[in-house]
Ligand binder design. Structure first.
Ligand code: ME8
Length: 670
């Protein structure tokens, strides 16, 4: 863990209220929520701060446009943030608004202190000012004469302002970075900051004349000036803790500063690493232990922006996929620190592969076999075989890696470690063959095998509690473990936490397969009923699926007995169950997928199926299907297909045929 063993302080940026919260805001806040839930579950005192940035010219302009006061405007605009955090299950400890007196009066005290110690001075400032980005640029910064950040026009402004002697603290910051190699993460971002510090670090303009921009905190000695947004905003991380430069030290501040993790987007790394750190040095304080800059989400490869109309509304994703799936996807899909792309099809593929197939399947197989053969009873672990021991070792390693990676905010690596264990659980079922143990009447070993699978699900559910609080509870409930609060994580590393003799309650699948995109999402992608502000138009979010071909007339139902077949005719068709081992696109045909299917023979069969428009190949791995096993092999675009898989639907495949209970590959179907 980054901080001391018993307390943890994490912050998100405070979001501008002039925007509606979107995917990017949800991302940082979910990450902070997951890591703070984790530390809370581990018994640490946690303080999780988020909030909103309520000053600045854009806020003033928006309020003027609406004909209301800026305070009324921010009082309205803060609500969507608070609503979203509630819908996302965000358990923050404090929510700060920069218009609150507890913040404003401390910002003024800080200004006074810095002036008194000679760190602020008045000077004439001129440059190209971008109202849209609320900052000055030099001539060479401009792109085609416009603001490089927003592409909006800039104006030449010459005015007297107050400056903070940032340059004075630059060496202290260089030295700090040298001595704290983990201060800025990930590594690539640290190099960016080091690069920035190679140049001369100038002083920072921290005021705006109130005549031009009145919506800010007035300077205490001259109300003709208000603080510049960043100077005001950055201080939130300590004003919320009750810091005051003239003391006394508040309990919260003494306990939680310096923060363990300050999460920011990559675009606001300089303001945090350079402006914020030097401000702290000037106050005689130390920076956070770690400033972690995450990457940006694009949507279908394009920057998310209002003008492109592709801003993703998190409420749509929560409503249609469920809050836990959304939370998991955010942290699973891209590594924290890298950029990544959002698409509904990727979310569905991820859900089906990781949650429905791997984790859901493991639970389903273990629970249903326990009910079928053992009356739903949790049995003894019995004697440990080599395979069991390997599973134990893997479990200890997975839990350890998961802990270390999650605490370092490497969420994807934490999931990799856990899914290695889940995958091993599914393989363990295949190799231990509980169905054979049942057939041979070896109920002691059967019970031990299923028990270990249930134990893996228990470990996974415990570890996933901070990420998917609701789904983790549902998994634990299926194992007969309930409780309102998250279960403590102790003994997570052992595959022996269940109670022998306990009976598993009946339950519905926790992660039912998603067969198609939710209708509302599909409608948006198709460009039908594109509700206002709900999501991007079709082409911005996902490739538009081809319209389905006009339905062909089905042949009339046979009335004549010559169209009916006899039982002997039917018996000629040899149907068997098969388990999909591999699935990949056909090298030469977009419509086709090529599978390796275990049908209980020595070698798996290659089967080619025209279902590429309906399924992502990797989501089908592990599925049980029905195979026509005595069909003459046929070459389909150069690949020999040794059978056929049954599917529902006509030319438009709607779903693959399967069996409701776990059966061995090669089981005859009649
Ligand atoms: O910058 N993907 O607020 P903000 C990921 N008020 N993250 C994204 C994103 C995307 N597509 N778009 C935006 C501010 N973000 C200031 C902060 S803190 C003292 C003051 C992230 O509402 C962005 O990187 O414009 C930033 O971390 C956060 O949203 C807030 O942006």
């Amino acid at each position: 863990m980054a901080g001391s063993a018993d307390r943890y302080y994490v912050t998100t940026p405070i979001y501008y209220v002039n925007d509606k919260p979107h995917l990017g805001h949800a991302y940082t806040t979910v990450a902070a929520d997951v890591v703070s839930r984790w530390h809370r579950m581990n018994g640490r005192s946690v303080h999780f701060l988020t909030g909103v940035d309520e000053h600045g010219q854009k806020v003033l302009q928006a309020a003027d446009k609406k004909g209301i006061s800026p305070q009324q405007h921010v009082d309205e605009m803060v609500q969507p943030y608070q609503r979203l955090w509630q819908a996302l299950g965000i358990r923050y400890d404090d929510f700060i608004r920069t218009t609150e007196p507890r913040h404003e009066r401390v910002v003024q005290a800080v200004l006074q202190k810095l002036k008194d110690q000679g760190d602020l001075y008045e000077d004439v400032y001129e440059g190209w000012y971008s109202t849209s980005a609320e900052r000055f640029w030099t001539e060479k910064d401009l792109v085609d004469g416009k603001c490089p950040d927003t592409g909006q026009p800039v104006e030449w402004v010459r005015e007297t302002n107050w400056f903070f002697r940032m340059g004075k603290y630059a060496d202290q910051l260089r030295d700090w970075l040298d001595r704290h190699p983990d201060f800025v993460q990930p590594e690539s971002r640290r190099n960016e900051v080091l690069g920035y510090l190679k140049k001369d670090v100038g002083d920072l303009c921290i005021s705006r004349p109130a005549s031009r921009m009145s919506w800010g905190i007035p300077f205490p000695w001259d109300d003709q000036f208000v603080t510049y947004v960043w100077f005001d905003a950055l201080l939130n991380y300590i004003t919320a803790l009750g810091y005051h430069p003239d003391g006394p030290t508040s309990e919260l501040f003494a306990k939680y500063w310096p923060a363990d993790h300050q999460l920011v987007g990559k675009d606001i790394l300089t303001t945090h690493s350079v402006y914020w750190s030097t401000m702290l040095f000037a106050l005689g304080l130390t920076p956070a232990r770690c400033l972690y800059a995450h990457g940006w989400w694009t949507v279908e490869g394009q920057k998310m922006s209002k003008s492109l109309g592709n801003v993703v509304d998190p409420h749509l994703l929560i409503d249609e996929y469920g809050v836990d799936t959304f939370r998991y996807h955010l942290l699973r899909e891209i590594s924290f620190g890298s950029d990544g792309d959002f698409s509904h099809s990727a979310l569905m593929a991820r859900y089906n592969a990781d949650l429905a197939n791997d984790l859901g399947n493991l639970l389903h197989r273990a629970v249903s076999m326990s009910h079928k053969w053992l009356g739903g009873e949790v049995r003894a672990l019995g004697e440990t075989t080599a395979a069991d021991e390997a599973l134990d070792v893997l479990c200890t390693r997975a839990a350890g890696t998961y802990t270390a990676e999650l605490e370092a905010l490497h969420f994807d690596r934490a999931f990799d470690a856990l899914w290695e264990l889940i995958g091993a659980g599914n393989k363990y079922i295949d190799t231990q063959e509980p169905w054979a143990l049942n057939r041979n009447g070896d109920h002691a070993r059967l019970g031990a095998v299923l028990r270990r699978c249930l134990e893996i699900v228990r470990v996974a559910a415990l570890l996933l509690q901070p990420v998917m609080p609701g789904k983790a509870q549902a998994l634990l409930a299926q194992l007969g473990l309930t409780g309102d609060a998250p279960l403590p994580l102790h003994r997570v590393d052992g595959l022996d936490g269940l109670t022998e003799g306990a009976v598993l309650p009946p339950g519905d699948p926790v992660f039912p397969r998603m067969m198609e995109l939710p209708a509302r999402v599909q409608q948006l992608l198709d460009g039908v009923g594109g509700g206002k502000g709900t999501a991007a138009p079709a082409d911005k979010l996902d490739r538009k699926p081809k319209p389905p071909p006009a339905p062909k007339k089905e042949p009339p139902v046979a009335e004549d007995s010559k169209d009916l077949i006899s039982i002997d005719d039917f018996a000629k068709v040899e149907l068997k169950t098969g388990r999909i081992l591999e699935a990949a696109p056909h090298p030469d045909a977009d419509r086709l997928l090529v599978f390796k299917v275990d049908v209980g023979e020595e070698t798996p069969r290659t089967i080619v199926a025209g279902i590429a428009s309906r399924f992502e190949p990797e989501t089908l791995i592990g599925q049980t299907v029905i195979v026509v096993a005595n069909l003459k092999p046929a070459k389909l675009r150069g690949v020999e297909s040794q059978g056929m898989m049954l599917a529902a639907g006509g030319k438009q495949v709607k779903g693959l045929c399967t069996v409701t209970e776990p059966v061995l590959p090669g089981t005859p179907v009649r």
